[in-house]
Design a protein around this ligand. Sequence first.
Ligand SMILES: Cc1cc2nc3c(=O)[nH]c(=O)nc-3n(C[C@H](O)[C@H](O)[C@H](O)COP(=O)(O)OP(=O)(O)OC[C@H]3O[C@@H](n4cnc5c(N)ncnc54)[C@H](O)[C@@H]3O)c2cc1C
Length: 413
Amino acid sequence: MSWDIVVIGAGPVGLCFARALAGSGLRIAVLEQQPGSALENPEDDGREIALTHRSHRLLHDYGLWPHIADEHIAPLRDALVLDGDDENDSGLLFSHLESGQSQLGWLVSNHAIRRAAWQALQAENAGDVAIIDNARVTHVEANEHGARVRLADGREFSAALLVAADSRFSESRRALGIRADFLDFGRSMLLVRMRHEVPHQSVSWEWFGYGQTLALLPLHDAHTSSVVLTLTRAELDTLLAMEEEHFNADIARRFAGRLGAMQRISACRQYPLVGVYPERFYATRFALIGDAAVGMHPVTAHGFNFGLLSVDALARRILDALAHGEPIWHARLLADFDAEHRAATRPLYLATSLIARLYSDERAPAKALRKLALGAGRLAKPFRQMVMHGLTHPDEDMPLGGLRKLAMRLRPH
Ligand SMILES: Cc1cc2nc3c(=O)[nH]c(=O)nc-3n(C[C@H](O)[C@H](O)[C@H](O)COP(=O)(O)OP(=O)(O)OC[C@H]3O[C@@H](n4cnc5c(N)ncnc54)[C@H](O)[C@@H]3O)c2cc1C
């Protein structure tokens, strides 16, 4: 069967990409290995996605936002960063008051985003998009004549352009020979929803303690948060083997009692921490989006935000080519997409990897540097404002977006 675009992967990014192009007249097939029931009613995977104002706008533009129930949306008013074990440390606060907005962003459950993307695609104007479930892609090829994929069950699809949204471990990226840097942080993240005595006041925490990193993501209910704990796999296994009562007490202790008594109210989920950055985001008639393009460490909460940027950057160019009667797979189009997305993501990808390494290093010089960096951030209001402008401006694509724009202007054409 022949299509204009075949997308591999109906994760949140693959679905948003299809939604961004729905109604354009392009015939799009989205191939997903999971059954349709898992797309229609995605399982709660414990992830709470922190969204910037730009992502919020894009989710509105793609028609997803009205499909997300209020109970899955929480305002993110301020963000607090703490370092070390000093319980009296007031930390570095990114306050919405300095941003000129009523909140820094939103926290939305990942499964609610996935479901909303599915529902938005069921809308009548999305009739030219086919989501094909139980479709595991096992073979891909792409050359100047077109792209072709084969499924595990032998079915074949050909397209003018192939777009991979098949996760940070993308098999199609590897099949088409695109090298990628993998960074294994040697740690895993535990995600669990907990009720706590002291209200969260819509403030998120990132606490780089010694021997652990803790995050608190405030949810819809003032006494419920998602707790994200980063430890070694072995340490997490020990924690997970604890009786309920001891587990609850252990988490409350890790927060130094600042939230009062705590109680687990969800299953625990674990994710290994691996960052991925490929040498390029395209090949002949082939493009990478979402985590297949940039696999972020979650500490700066930017993976899906970057995924939406890749959707916007590629879909915009495809619609522009259509409007001018040009091919949607042109090498120049794909190279421009690559340049824009690289400039938008590379600085924060590198900064995130650096932060993740520095703030898990407990040697004396690193500890001193950690304190110094946080202290400097506390003193430098312009720095805080620049970071918050990136988060809260609906047209800004990353915390240091001004620098990106300068880099784009200076890059050789
Ligand atoms: C713990 C954690 C917390 C996070 N927090 C945040 C946050 O606060 N803010 C933020 O912006 N981001 C966050 N992220 C990142 C965010 O979850 C990801 O960026 C996002 O889910 C990526 O979506 P995707 O569609 O690109 O990939 P995925 O969600 O990985 O989806 C890929 C899809 O492709 C399918 N697939 C794979 N291979 C094949 C194949 N061969 N054939 C057919 N189908 C295939 C899979 O079944 C899957 O459905 C977090 C991630 C983690 C792990």
